[in-house]
Design a protein around this ligand. Structure first.
Ligand code: HEC
Length: 102
C-alpha cells in the first residue's frame, strides 16, 4: 500500500506538474492562437522550433527577443506579432520549455 502511494505521487508530479503547466502558460499567454506543439498552424509547430535550434546555444536569448518583439522570415512570410503583454519571465519559461520539446 505504502509503495503504491509513493509511486502514484511521483508519477503525478512528473506528469501533471511539468508539461501541462507549461501548456497552460502557453494558452494563457495567447500563443496557442497560432501555435500547437506538433502541428503547424499560423506559426510553426513548437517541436519543429525545438528541432531547428537544438544545437544552437544562443537560441534561448534570440527566441525570447523574437517572441517579445515579433518578427518574420525564418519560417515564412507570415509575421508573428509582438507579444509584449506577456511577462518577461513567462516568455523565458515558455522558450526554455519549447527548446526541450521532442
Ligand atoms: C499571431 C500569431 C502568433 C502568436 C499569437 C504567437 N506566434 Fe509565435 N510565431 C508565429 C509565426 C507566424 C511565426 C514564424 C515567424 C517567422 O517565420 O520568422 C512564429 C514563430 C515563433 C517561434 C520561432 C521563432 C524563430 O525565429 O524561429 C517561437 C519560439 C514562437 N513563435 C513562440 C511563440 C510564443 C511563446 C508565443 C506566445 C507568447 C507566440 N509564439 C505567439 C505566430 C504567432
Amino acid at each position: 500500500m505504502r509503495r503504491f502511494a509513493t509511486v502514484t505521487k511521483e508519477s503525478l508530479n512528473e506528469k501533471h506538474r511539468h508539461r501541462p503547466c507549461r501548456r497552460r502558460l502557453l494558452q494563457a499567454s495567447g500563443c496557442t492562437a497560432c501555435h500547437t506543439i506538433d502541428k503547424k498552424l499560423v506559426g510553426p509547430a513548437l517541436k519543429d522550433v525545438a528541432a531547428k535550434y537544438r544545437d544552437n546555444k544562443g537560441a534561448e536569448a534570440d527566441l525570447i527577443k523574437k517572441v517579445k518583439e515579433g518578427g518574420k522570415g525564418v519560417w515564412g512570410d507570415i509575421p508573428m506579432s509582438p507579444n509584449a503583454h506577456v511577462k518577461d519571465e513567462d516568455i523565458k519559461t515558455i522558450v526554455q520549455w519549447i527548446l526541450t520539446l521532442k
